[in-house]
Write a protein that binds this ligand. Structure first.
Ligand SMILES: *[C@@H]1O[C@H](CO)[C@@H](O)[C@H](O)[C@H]1NC(C)=O
Ligand SMILES: *[C@@H]1O[C@H](CO)[C@@H](O)[C@H](O)[C@H]1NC(C)=O
Ligand SMILES: *[C@@H]1O[C@H](CO)[C@@H](O)[C@H](O)[C@H]1NC(C)=O
Ligand SMILES: *[C@@H]1O[C@H](CO)[C@@H](O)[C@H](O)[C@H]1NC(C)=O
Length: 369
């Protein structure tokens, strides 16, 4: 009797263990596989070596005064003589001064992590209206943290914005080791991000890291706004690239990108553009599932202390999240584990809801047609 009971218990334990493993595999498996196994091999040929050489020899100093004419606001002296570990460029829309103020008061107020200096600037294009420009001038005068390129800030011009801002970083901030490109709707945990970068310190070069997107096909629908003609990009898939909401490149990569800009098709989405540039310099994007991509991660203190970014952060959530992750209270391993399970499950449920709502909306539109 006793023996059967024990055996039965062993079976039950096995069953429970199996379920626990299955649960974790389903929840974290994809991240794990992507992060550790889906690495294609970098390639280096004569062309890549030539580009690397050109990038190394690039001397932007004499071009500074000419290039500052490409910007309405160029902050040419802001990096001078400073030691900068991470330059965080927040891509913001000209009319969104309130959002910029909120970021300045929250996650953008970090000036150093573990003694490594961080510089946070806002990247803008030009607004349509003159009064908006006046407000930007005032805001810039007060905060000294705005770079504004000479192009209209529209959704179609985002690739232009990436080019202008990379050129800015290479010309006016060559002393920044890493450059973070991030959109204004994001929440960023700079301390955990810097900690991650410090652990990469074996190699400070050839870094292009974010949430990697695989095997996306170009939009071939001529009626669509994002239409990419075959003449512009003939291949079936885009190369792997980092989702555009937030990614990091090292300074040498920015310089190499600057060298190849003119050879890369410009009529593709901005993040894909960066991916194509990276491919043409033989670079493989590094994936980290701690970048959220487009998804909003449901708030949980210990989860937010671990992840790097969350998208679509509402104005009201920002100060709360910021205050709590800075409370100085550490999370134990178990709390972090529990937090990750919780925010991952809830985020998953949210995305399912979104998907469901979209399907319903599409069906309604279909019926209305
Ligand atoms: C700066 O621009 C002017 C006019 O566009 C050009 O003549 C000059 O050669 C440029 N200087 C440098 C250093 O490129
Ligand atoms: C930003 O951080 C500094 C210290 O680094 C602090 O003195 C200041 O009050 C902070 N500003 C806001 C608006 O939180
Ligand atoms: C992009 O910027 C250029 C330069 O300002 C402007 O002429 C063009 O109209 C903009 N394109 C769009 C689609 O807004
Ligand atoms: C400002 O940015 C926030 C966050 O991305 C967005 O929700 C809001 O619509 C923007 N407002 C304007 C006026 O662009």
């Amino acid at each position: 009797m006793q023996v059967t009971f024990c055996r039965l218990r062993t079976h039950q334990w096995c069953f429970i263990l199996f379920n626990v493993i299955l649960f974790h595999a389903l929840l974290f498996g994809a991240d794990f596989v992507e992060e550790y196994f889906l690495h294609s091999l970098p390639y280096i040929d004569m062309k890549v070596l030539e580009i690397k050489d050109k990038a190394r020899k690039l001397n932007m100093e004499p071009l500074r005064s000419n290039l500052s004419k490409c910007y309405v606001l160029s902050q040419p002296e802001i990096c001078k003589g400073k030691n900068i570990f991470l330059l965080s460029l927040i891509f913001s829309s000209p009319g969104n001064g309130t959002r910029r103020d909120l970021i300045r008061k929250t996650w953008g107020n970090v000036t150093s992590v573990q003694g490594h200096p961080i510089l946070t600037l806002f990247a803008l294009g030009m607004p349509v209206l003159v009064p908006t420009q006046k407000e930007i001038d005032k805001e810039s005068h007060k905060n000294n943290d705005i770079i504004e390129g000479i192009f209209l800030d529209s959704s179609e011009n985002q690739t232009l914005k990436i080019i202008a801002m990379t050129q800015w970083a290479v010309t006016f901030c060559p002393n920044a080791l890493f450059i973070l490109k991030v959109d204004e709707e994001m929440f960023v945990n700079l301390p955990s991000l810097v900690d991650y970068l410090l652990n990469l310190k074996e190699h400070l070069e050839d870094i292009y890291v974010g949430r990697v997107i695989h095997q996306v096909t170009p939009n071939r629908d001529p009626r669509s706004q994002e239409f990419v003609p075959l003449s512009e990009y003939p291949e079936k898939y885009y190369p792997d690239y980092c989702s555009g909401e937030a990614f990091i490149i090292s300074q040498d990569v920015a310089r190499m990108m600057y060298v190849v800009f003119k050879e890369v098709p410009i009529m593709v989405p901005a993040d894909v553009f960066v991916g194509i540039c990276a491919k043409s310099i033989g670079l493989i994007p590094i994936h980290s599932s701690r970048f959220s991509g487009k998804r909003h991660i449901r708030y949980n203190r210990c989860c937010y202390k671990f992840i790097f970014t969350s998208s679509e952060t509402a104005d009201a959530e920002m100060p709360l999240a910021w205050k709590e992750i800075n409370d100085g209270k550490e999370c134990t391993l178990f709390e972090t584990y529990y937090g990750l399970i919780s925010c991952k499950l809830l985020t998953y449920i949210d995305s399912f809801k979104h998907f469901h709502m979209d399907t319903i909306k599409n069906n309604v539109m279909y019926l209305a047609d």
